[in-house]
Write a protein that binds this ligand. Structure first.
Ligand code: HEC
Length: 429
């Protein structure tokens, strides 16, 4: 844990370029066209040492993988972007613009021609929007490299940090810096309040080596709050001006790293998380509220389409948080299930769908920030719908024969959980 004081940085959203000529104008080549598309939509992950199994950063590899690229792009598997278009517009989308997708497919159809290496790549593809990285006020980095145990497919590890907070502080930006990108699959940062700290310290002490094994969360009970998350391709996160998340005095921070060990070659990892604190208390405190009904989650053994529907009136959230009645604003949504989930949707009853994940994939979960915050009325009700396939035919089935499943933090338990980032009141201060 390091703490530093640095000057305040100002939020700068990168301007997106406007679109230019249509892909039909000429026949696409690698150097002018495909390279720009692959760099924009694929090579965050498809680079040497990246999370993807091969790089797509030069002509030879792009050409070699051209048929696989066509299949993956046509089927919508790549680039991985899980939300459907049914929900509200989302920021930082990885989804390809139709013209860029068409350009890439056309290039493959023409036999993946190389073109002239001297020709500059096209500049008309809007870059991935990013935010100003956080100032490192709180840095969570393990004291040494952690080497996962070989011989298993996944290792979920929780690393414990004590920021020694003598008063409440407010987080306004955060960023995960994955170290060994070949194995870091996703990262979640949790705040464990003082009253649950001993439970987490005990877990940490009970296991040899750095940290302890954890899956759904750090195991500190319901008062644990999620602070931020990261998955490959994830960008730094920053709340809107005047809004920040509270970290309570005496809390521990737990960084959970999911290591996927398929590409593991014995090299360890020292991933870090950087948090920026608000120098003054924010105008509005944001809250990550989990919508869930754990006791009612019952998934029957063998059921190929088990469902849970959780309805939560806005008024109930307000009274729970002791917020004044009236409007409430939602900024982002992070849906969460475990391995057997097939679909999850968070919506406003008689209103819009916020985020729909039509084909849930545990490995590609993320927090989705809305392009425009959504203002709820006090009379609104939020709803989360989860669907699971608990049959033996589900390729992600972990228990044979399938058994009844309830709520829990283990790999073989399930959750139907949707986090909303909310602030009290509407959009005016
Ligand atoms: C956010 C990271 C990420 C991005 C962005 C991404 N990929 Fe992948 N890609 C992966 C990973 C990881 C795999 C390994 C299989 C898996 O986990 O789904 C993969 C596998 C593949 C495969 C082989 C398996 C399959 O599904 O056919 C192809 C082909 C592929 N990617 C092409 C692309 C192309 C083309 C793009 C851009 C248009 C792209 N990927 C963008 C991470 C990414």
């Amino acid at each position: 844990m390091k703490r530093s004081q640095a000057p305040l940085l100002v939020l700068v959203l990168s301007a997106s370029a406007c679109s230019g000529s249509s892909p039909e104008e000429h026949s696409p080549t690698y150097h002018r066209d495909a390279k720009a598309v692959l760099n924009r939509y694929c090579n965050d992950c498809h680079q040497l040492g990246g999370i993807a199994p091969f790089a797509l950063t030069d002509y030879a590899t792009a050409r070699q993988h051209a048929p696989a690229i066509r299949d993956a792009v046509e089927a919508g598997r790549m680039p991985p972007w899980m939300p459907s278009d049914a929900g509200v517009p989302l920021a930082y989308s990885r989804k390809m613009r139709p013209q860029d997708r068409q350009l890439l497919l056309r290039w493959i159809e023409l036999g993946a021609p190389e073109g002239d290496p001297a020709e500059p790549p096209r500049q008309d593809i809007p870059p991935l929007p990013t935010v100003q990285p956080p100032r490192p006020d709180l840095v969570l980095q393990a004291p040494e490299v952690y080497v996962p145990q070989a011989g298993r497919a996944d290792d979920y590890r929780c690393f414990v940090f004590d920021p020694k907070l003598e008063q409440d502080v407010f987080v306004q930006a955060g960023m995960v810096r994955p170290d060994n990108r070949a194995i870091v699959h996703h990262v979640l940062v949790f705040e464990v309040p003082a009253e649950s700290a001993q439970r987490v310290r005990d877990k940490d002490a009970a296991e040899p080596g750095l940290g302890y094994t954890c899956f759904g969360g750090p195991g500190g009970g319901w008062s644990v709050r999620t602070v931020m998350g990261w998955a490959p391709g994830g960008v730094p996160q920053r709340t809107a001006n005047g809004i920040a998340l509270r970290l309570r005095k005496g809390s521990l921070l737990v960084m959970q790293v999911h290591y996927n060990l398929i590409n593991f070659k014995g090299v360890g990892d020292r991933t870090e998380t950087v948090l920026e604190l608000s120098p003054t208390p924010p105008q509005k405190e944001a809250f990550l509220v989990p919508l869930a009904n754990p006791r009612e989650l019952k998934i029957k053994a063998g059921d190929p389409e088990a469902k849970q529907v959780v309805s939560v009136p806005v008024g109930l959230i307000q009274s729970f948080l002791r917020w004044p009645p009236g409007e409430m604003t939602v900024w982002a949504n992070a849906p969460h299930m475990h391995l057997l989930g097939t679909r999850i949707v968070t919506l406003v009853e008689d209103g819009p769908i916020l985020v729909e994940i039509p084909r849930w994939d545990f490995h590609w979960q993320a927090s989705y920030t809305f392009q425009e915050p959504y203002v709820l009325r006090q009379s609104d009700t939020l709803r989360v719908e989860c669907t699971w396939d608990n049959s033996a035919a589900n390729p992600n089935q972990h228990t044979h024969p399938p058994r009844d499943i309830t709520w829990g933090e283990g790999t073989t338990d399930e959750m139907c959980l949707s986090y909303l980032l909310i602030t009290p009141g509407g959009l005016s201060p």
